[in-house]
Design a binder for this molecule. Structure first.
Ligand code: ADP
Ligand code: MG
Length: 384
């Protein structure tokens, strides 16, 4: 569905009114996993896959919304939005308008028609793409002016995080919304969760693509496992006598790890070495040293597999097959227990890496994975 079609979808419903079309990207994290809640670093990028929202203001407080593939038109009264209300996908949309209003912005009801190219539930952040497209539309239509500066975009991202945490009830750390609103084409975004900063890092991927593979592995036990990892990290930080694991350096580990129980030690080792790998990737990118970037991706995967224990066989096999077929490196991306992998691949090998991963899955009798060759793309914006 292109811009004209989504505009027509809204017009057909509103009797001709559409004030514009906005879109926001999904994201993939190149490296820096399970570091957000440890106040560490991550290095995500925006995908070319976007969620579009055609929008118009209403003169009441109703949010009337449809999304292609998500059933009938829904209507939510903004005055009735709050923690856990509404349920379902409407929470992500109405939640953003609610959060902006909570922050004191003059936001009212809207008509919205949504369509998305971001795969849902693949760990590529379709939820943030939806929130950020709605936030962008609200900012322009209600004259908030928040898309014009990076500071304003950070404020929009914060509202989207509130929508997701408080209204949808999903515990996310803020990476997704930061990327969707603040990324830049051909750049990675270096997020420092301790300092709350977002820094543009030129990607210099000349002649290479990032191959994202949705493994389609069924997510199992995710919620309990995520909470357990957070607790392990808190326990490790406490035993180490620091506020959070990001305060530690790799050099501290030999002295520290013997003081921790085996599980806490392994979790701490992942977080501390992962932050160092993020720095390593940023430095290597600046030198144009993609071989080192690839090596650090593989080390990151091994750390998530062996120390953080969040991979599943599909993630491990996708990474191994990609590297065997000529990727400079590959790793699982996102929280784990399913979801997607990223691989750094020379352009001319992208098709054969993709094929090799598919063959490896077929040999195991697994559902066929879906790959996307991508480059770092642009942030939420008005399209029409
Ligand atoms: P992801 O990794 O894709 O963000 P989440 O579980 O965080 O996975 O978010 C997926 C949820 O976001 C969906 O179940 C749905 O409620 C909502 N969502 C995402 N994209 C859309 C869309 N285009 N239209 C309606 N709801 C969407
Ligand atoms: Mg999400």
């Amino acid at each position: 569905m292109d811009v004209d079609e989504i505009r027509e979808t809204l017009r057909a419903r509103t009797g001709g009114t559409c004030e514009g079309v906005w879109s926001a990207p999904g994201r993939v994290n190149l490296i820096g996993e399970h570091t957000d809640y440890n106040q560490g670093l991550s290095l995500p990028m925006a995908l070319p896959h976007r969620t579009r929202a055609a929008a118009a203001r209403r003169d009441d407080d109703l949010v009337v919304m449809s999304s292609r593939g998500f059933g009938r038109v829904l209507t939510v009264d903004l005055g009735k939005v709050g923690p856990g209300r509404p349920k379902g996908w409407a929470a992500y949309v109405a939640g953003v308008l609610w959060a902006l209003r909570e922050e004191g912005h003059p936001v009212g009801g809207m008509e919205l028609a949504v369509e998305s190219r971001v795969p849902v539930g693949a760990g590529l952040s379709s939820s943030a793409a939806l929130e950020c497209a709605v936030a962008a539309a609200a900012s322009d239509l209600f004259g908030l002016g928040l898309l014009e500066t990076d500071e304003g975009r950070a404020a929009l991202a914060a509202a989207c995080v509130r929508a997701e945490n408080e209204v949808a009830g999903a515990a996310t750390g803020g990476m997704d919304q930061a990327v969707s609103l603040r990324a830049r084409a051909d750049h990675l975004l270096l997020l420092d969760f301790a300092r709350g900063t977002a820094e543009q890092v030129p990607a210099h991927l000349d002649g290479h693509v990032v191959l994202v593979t949705d493994t389609r592995a069924p997510h199992a036990l995710v919620d309990g496992q995520y909470a357990a990892r957070r607790r392990d990290c808190e326990r490790a930080a406490e035993a180490a006598g620091v506020g959070n694991l990001a305060e530690l350096e790799v050099d501290d580990l030999p002295r520290l790890l013997p003081r921790l129980d085996e599980v806490a030690a392994a979790r701490a080792r992942h977080v501390v070495t992962e932050n160092a790998r993020v720095h390593g990737v940023v430095d290597a990118l600046a030198r144009g040293d993609l071989t080192t970037v690839g090596r650090l991706l593989v080390e990151g995967h091994e750390s998530l597999r062996d120390d953080f224990e969040v991979t599943v066989p599909q993630l491990d096999v996708a990474v191994e097959a990609a590297v065997e077929a000529g990727a400079l490196g590959a790793r699982m991306t996102g929280g784990g227990f399913g979801g997607s992998t990223v691989a750094l691949v020379p352009d001319h090998l992208a098709a054969s890496v993709e094929r090799r991963v598919r063959q490896a899955f077929a040999a195991k009798g697994w559902e066929s994975p879906v790959s996307y060759a991508v480059r770092p793309s642009g942030p939420a914006a008005r399209e029409a």
